[in-house]
Design a protein around this ligand. Structure first.
Ligand code: NAI
Length: 252
């Protein structure tokens, strides 16, 4: 208990599967949490589910610089500081070969998954005045190619570059920066990917992914939250600039 006592955390994508699981865990450890996501409705629903007095929310589109500034201003107004930043918002795009990949979907994936992380690092980290920890959600698709997922794979590789540079640039401010690389997670994003790949037979896709994981199952959102807690806490105080894989052995 109390591994994040009195810390202030921002979690983007906070109304989604991994965001909600993390926003449940962090306040149990003493943190005050701001969840940020696209819609007020989704954030209100998530808040009801999380149900903790140390939680508040902010409507943010991470792909917009001004929204990132708004998220910082809101957090500083309410809590007066930022210690932990979980840059976790992301979208999957679609599953199509490069030659057929729609340009507008490619752009939207880059806007959210790459530019969203960039703006988050640009606007949030400099305001972490007393040191802290930044976690960026990449993917196993940030470490390996998956045919059909060109936009997603590109964006998730690229943010490792942001993580490495930020880890170097902010080390003297005692701010650690790391990426988390989930395997397929048992939540809404995978439900959408399964249907996109095989609308008629999503079960087949599930079986295929599970067979690719030596542990034989999807990762749970709460298991990504456990890694986020380790990285946010003092337990990882000498860990920075690293990639942390949570995939049941998929990439072995
Ligand atoms: P999710 O779809 O449940 O949650 C993603 C959240 O991000 C949603 O609530 C969505 O509204 C929000 N979001 C999307 N665009 C946004 C924007 N422009 N501004 C603010 N919020 C935005 O999926 P999940 O799994 O919780 O995703 C979290 C992160 O984990 C993502 O970066 C995703 O790419 C990554 N990831 C997910 C895996 C999975 O199998 N679900 C596997 C590997 C990585």
């Amino acid at each position: 208990m109390g591994r994040l006592k009195d810390k202030v955390a921002i979690i983007t994508g906070g109304a989604g599967g991994i965001g909600i699981a993390t926003a449940k865990l962090f306040p149990e450890q003493g943190a005050m949490v701001v969840i940020a996501d696209l819609s007020k409705e989704a954030l209100e629903k998530a808040s009801l589910e999380i149900n903790h007095e140390n939680l508040s929310y902010c409507v943010v589109d991470v792909s917009k610089p001004k929204d990132n500034e708004k998220m910082v201003a809101y957090t500083l107004e309410v809590h007066n500081k930022i210690d932990i930043f979980f840059a976790n918002a992301g979208i999957e795009g679609t599953s199509k070969p490069i030659a057929e990949y729609p340009d507008d979907i490619f752009d939207s994936v880059i806007d959210v998954n790459l530019k969203g992380v960039w703006y988050g690092c640009k606007y949030v980290i400099p305001k972490m005045k007393a040191g802290g920890s930044v976690m960026i959600t990449s993917s196993v698709a940030g470490l390996k190619g998956f045919a059909g997922l060109g936009a997603y794979v590109s964006s998730k590789h690229a943010i490792i570059g942001i993580m490495r540079v930020a880890a170097l640039e902010f080390a003297s401010n005692k701010i650690r920066v790391n990426t988390i690389h989930p395997g397929p997670v048992n939540n809404q994003m995978m439900r959408r990917i399964e249907k996109d790949i095989s609308p008629e037979n999503p079960e087949e896709v599930i079986n295929g992914f599970e067979a690719a994981v030596p542990f034989g199952r999807y990762v749970e959102s709460s298991e990504i939250a456990d890694m986020a807690l380790f990285l946010a806490s003092e337990d990882s105080k000498m860990v920075t600039g690293c990639m942390h894989i949570v995939d049941g052995g998929m990439l072995v």
